[in-house]
Design a protein around this ligand. Structure first.
Ligand code: ARG
Ligand code: ZN
Length: 868
């Protein structure tokens, strides 16, 4: 059944307090809850509690056990009649559940012998009958009872209030969380876990215990997570004035987890991928991922927990805002330009295709079948861009005033995005009336640029026109911040001579109309406009620029993001032209080679920036610019270009490789930046096709003391068939087979290999003893990486790639529908391919729709993919 935002109604009853007792057992687990309820709607006659996959043992109202005839239970609800005069009452509900059989990893489940929970969005209803909706906020007291030897660690939200051994020998612990919260923020963990402890003193002088729980043996891999946590706590105090509000903050790492992590109040549960790291086992990218996810979950304590969502249509209220905050944090901790480039790369890779395809939705969807399908790149990443635009329009100071008012006005409440925008307006004094359209508009806006220069008057006219392919007839222009600057023909900034940015080199202009012209007077020669600096809006730009124009910005723009982006646009244009020519050996234009040479020679740049600037757009990025995607041509031409660049600058790459390997890096260059550039050089050297460089990768792998260099060596060799490649992959498996996260990389690299045996390799890997569909990380590292990261073989002509994916979807539909549904999106892109592939892809979607016991999750994704 489809659920609509317009149907939202306040709850008929509220829950004031919950007393939960969870008796953990090997055969089953018994959950007893006492709910203290209050009437919220005078007319309500029935109370309908959510509950799924539960066995109801008993229910009592105000102390009297109810007869079976006095309530109704179906697969989704427990419904009671409530007499009209009853205002406040309590219920005692006992249910039986089987966490050890829970493969969906929602609600209470077991992972590696430990109990843990995932309740967002609607997992709590798999634990007990409840009003499982975010606008019902209650104070939770949780008692956990279980075998003290099996489960010496027993955790829940809030502060520990009691701990004892019962007369039967079992252990009982009680946790109390004073902050009223929705059930989706509930968490429980029990197991034989190791703990790493630290502390943080808040700016008001309170001492907070910080504890990270991991499987035994992983204690030495928590340092980076702990440091990241402390940095996050400090940053939120300084940047947003937000202090932590309990005496203890806990993080638990689990190896079976559907998503990245979860912000449960005071007890964050993490996919171990985002906690565990040492230089030997984790790449620099893994370290960055940990820093940002730890920050993200911590920041949710204010943006998500203290102020939560009224209903799930408001998801971007907490997710868009919190992603924006974690991006700001990472930009402050690292190179801001490199961070921004990464943010935009992720947006373009995942969100742009979503927004252009059958699963497009506004950041605030208007309807859904299964809410778990809406934890999307649009709600998260585009949602973050929307907050960033508010930040850009308001400026730092007014944005902070708006946020202050938001926290002041809504602390302790479950609110809507409308209330958020109003608070930002109220606090800043800036009118966001038109800006609100971003929340309800699907599709990526396209901006077409027209420039005119009048030699006689020295006047430059810049005209921008908005359109949106998804908007159709009811197109309404959006309020778009345009950060821009003008350059003279030498690349020098031209200061604005009038208006609000007079004397400045860069300013933010408001685009509010469908077509808008900005006039700049007093210019001697036609200026060059650097538009949407820092990617000031999540749009596509349509601007006539030839190779020389783009090379100019690539070499000169003072805005590093636009400098990088000009290089990407240049490379994209060139590759698309080579594809048209059907000639991957045609020489790359000199303008491009020269621009490349300039960046290669510039030693002042952050090496991570240089690496990003010297990396060609990915195959999927190029694909987005083709009317009909030709995966084979893209791969061939892009590889041809890499080979030419490798050969042309062979000497420079060797020099860079040596310079960046040298331990004595310049002080302003983080080690990770040097590794990034060194490994970029390595891939170009391998691209020359010369045997020497296979040897170089071999030596790098064998000498490496860190996972970044090891993986880079393997990745550089993954596409070739060569004894060195086979030897290194075998060595890696041997060496790391006991470390799941490290072996995930082994599966992933092979899933992304582009070589004749790939399909057979992927099938063989699915039969590998270390492969299992039950562990989401392992599944994603092979199947997810293959379907989303290997366009050439996923789209292989025979359709075998599609069949592999739909087979996995069918299997997971039964065991873990949430994860199964996430795999459908690549098939949903079928309209982008040739007729033959379209036929093969839609055939798999049809097959999926005919699966017996099709879950709502998979149904919604496959149905929309086929018919929208
Ligand atoms: N709120 C979590 C985060 O963004 C994500 C949880 C999503 N879980 C789910 N089952 N959809 O940090
Ligand atoms: Zn989040």
């Amino acid at each position: 059944a489809t659920i609509y935002l317009k149907d939202y109604k306040e709850p008929d009853f509220l829950i004031k307090t919950v007393d939960l007792t969870v008796e953990l057992g090997e055969a089953d687990t018994i959950v007893t809850s006492r709910l203290d309820l209050a009437r919220n709607n005078a007319a309500a006659k029935k109370l309908s509690l959510n509950g799924e996959y539960l066995e109801l043992v008993s229910v009592a109202m105000d102390g009297r056990t109810l007869e079976a005839a006095e309530y109704e239970v179906d697969g989704k609800h427990l419904t009671l009649n409530i007499p009209a005069k009853t205002d406040g009452f309590h219920l005692d509900i006992k249910t039986r559940i089987k966490p050890q059989e829970n493969t969906a990893l929602e609600g209470l489940y077991k992972s590696s012998g430990n109990f843990c929970t995932q309740c967002e969005a609607q997992g709590f209803r798999r634990i007990t009958y409840y009003l499982d909706r975010p606008d019902v906020m209650a104070v939770f007291t949780t008692t956990i009872i279980g075998d003290a030897t099996r489960y010496p660690v027993m955790l829940s939200n809030g502060n520990l209030t009691a701990e004892k051994i019962l007369s039967d020998g079992r252990k009982s612990v009680t946790w109390h969380d004073p902050h009223p919260k929705p059930a989706y923020l509930f968490a429980l963990v029990a197991g034989d876990l190791a703990m790493v402890e630290d502390s943080f003193t808040t700016r008001s002088g309170r001492d907070i215990k910080l504890r990270i729980f991991v499987e035994k043996g992983n204690e030495d891999k928590c340092g980076h997570a702990m440091t990241s946590l402390k940095k996050s706590m400090k940053w939120d105090e300084e940047k947003y004035g937000r202090e932590y509000d309990l005496d203890i903050f806990m993080i638990v790492a689990v190896s079976d987890f559907n998503m990245g992590a979860m912000e449960n109040k005071g007890l964050n549960v993490f996919n171990s991928k985002y906690v565990l790291a040492s230089p030997e086992t984790a790449t620099d990218a893994d370290f960055d991922g940990i820093e940002s996810v730890i920050a993200h979950e911590y920041f949710h304590n204010w943006t998500g927990n203290r102020i939560t969502c009224r209903d799930w249509f408001q998801l971007t209220l907490k997710e868009g805002l919190t992603v924006f905050r974690d991006q700001q944090f990472s930009a402050d901790m690292n190179s801001a330009a490199v961070q921004r480039i990464g943010d935009v790369q992720r947006l373009r890779a995942a969100q742009f295709p979503e927004d252009a395809g059958p699963l497009a939705h506004p950041i605030q969807p208007q309807s859904y079948v299964e809410i778990n399908n809406f934890y999307t790149a649009t709600v998260y990443e585009k949602g973050a861009e929307v907050i960033r635009m508010i930040h850009t329009l308001l400026g730092e100071e007014k944005f902070r005033k708006g946020m202050d008012l938001y926290f002041e006005r809504h602390d302790g409440q479950a609110v809507t995005t409308e209330e958020f925008v109003s608070a930002l307006e109220g606090g800043s004094g800036v009118d966001l009336t038109q800006f609100r359209r971003w929340y309800v508009t699907p599709g990526t806006p396209e901006i077409t640029v027209n420039e005119k220069f009048d030699e006689k008057t020295g006047t430059y006219k810049l005209t921008l026109q908005q359109s949106n392919a998804k908007a159709g007839a009811d197109f309404k222009p959006l309020h778009i911040p345009l950060r821009m600057g003008l350059l003279d023909e030498n690349g020098k900034a031209i200061a604005f001579t009038e208006g609000p940015f007079k004397g400045k080199n860069s300013g933010v202009f408001d685009l509010t109309k469908k077509r808008e012209t900005f006039t700049f007077a007093g210019l001697k020669s036609p200026p060059r406009a650097s538009l949407f600096r820092g990617f000031s809006a999540p749009i596509k730009i349509n601007q006539q620029m030839d190779d020389r124009d783009l090379a100019f910005f690539f070499a000169k723009d003072e805005d590093l993001f636009n400098r990088w982006d000009a290089g990407q646009r240049l490379a994209n244009n060139i590759i698309l032209k080579q594809i048209e020519k059907q000639d991957e050996t045609a020489a790359l234009p000199e303008a491009f080679m020269e621009a490349f040479a300039d960046i290669l020679a510039d030693k002042d740049l952050d090496r991570a920036f240089t690496a990003a600037a010297l990396t060609l757009p990915g195959e999927q990025d190029i694909a987005q610019k083709m009317p009909v995607v030709d995966v084979d041509a893209i791969h061939k031409v892009r590889e041809g270009a890499r080979r030419q660049i490798g050969l042309r600058f062979e000497e420079e790459w060797r020099r860079l490789y040596d310079e960046c390997s040298c331990a004595a890096a310049p002080a302003n260059q983080p080690e990770s930046s040097s590794r990034k550039l060194k490994n970029t050089a390595l891939t170009y050297l391998i691209a020359t096709g010369k045997e020497d460089y296979v040897g170089l990768a071999d030596r790098q792998y064998r000498a490496s003391d860190n996972m970044t260099d090891s993986v880079a060596a393997l990745s550089g060799l993954k596409d070739i068939t060569h004894p060195v490649r086979e030897a290194l992959f075998a060595d890696y498996y041997d060496k790391w087979q006991k470390d799941a996260l490290v072996i995930d990389k082994w599966f992933m690299l092979q899933a992304m290999a582009v070589r004749a045996s790939t399909i057979a390799d992927v099938k063989a890997l699915m039969d590998h003893p270390a492969f299992t569909l039950r562990n989401p990380n392992r599944m994603r590292s092979l199947i997810g990486a293959f379907a989303s990261g290997n366009p050439v073989y996923f789209h292989e002509r025979s359709g075998e790639g599609y069949r592999i994916l739909s087979g996995v979807i069918a299997a997971l539909n039964k065991t873990n529908p949430q994860i199964a549904a996430r795999l459908v999106a690549p098939l949903g892109q079928w309209r982008r391919y040739d007729a033959e592939r379209q036929g093969l892809m839609t055939a798999e979607l049809e097959k999926i729709l005919k699966l017996p016991d099709l879950s709502d999750h998979v149904y919604e994704m496959a149905n929309k993919s086929l018919h929208n």
